[in-house]
Design a binder for this molecule. Structure first.
Ligand code: SF4
Length: 134
């Protein structure tokens, strides 16, 4: 594994990287930096923007507001969640909007504070990320 810090350190050998304000990130996975030539004035026009998505070494789960509805009607409240909430079956059995909303709410409420990838007891979900569309 190459850590987020290592990636940024390598980039900084060739460019000045200025972090964009935290508030502009919101719940986005990428930490964005303005890229300038080494030694350029801080306020000068950047060459562009680079984003680092360092989900393991610089996790951003605390601000994550995403859930995934899979093509087969399951709610995953985290890409690494081991469990899924079945919405398709109740929908096909005639569940009301309120009942479906309650299932969705329960799934989101059960979202863990982080992915736990760094924990020794972490287990890949039975359906990995690639099986639910990335
Ligand atoms: S690992 Fe889960 S909680 Fe963390 S950002 Fe990704 S989807 Fe959100």
């Amino acid at each position: 594994m190459i850590s987020g810090a290592e990636i940024l350190d390598k980039l900084r050998t060739g460019y000045d990287l200025t972090p964009q304000p935290d508030e502009s990130r919101g719940s986005a996975p990428a930490e964005l930096f303005d890229v300038r030539p080494l030694g350029a004035a801080p306020g000068s026009e950047p060459l562009g923007t680079v984003g680092a998505i360092a989900s393991v070494t610089m996790p951003f789960c605390g601000s994550c507001d995403r859930v995934r509805l899979t093509a087969d009607g399951m709610i995953r409240n985290c890409l690494f969640a081991a469990g899924e909430t079945d919405l398709r079956t109740p929908l096909r059995e005639g569940a009301s909007d309120d009942e479906l909303a309650a299932l969705l709410r329960a799934s989101i409420t059960a979202k863990l504070p982080g992915h736990g990838i760094n924990q020794p007891d972490f287990l890949q979900p039975p359906r990995p990320m690639s099986a639910i569309g990335g």
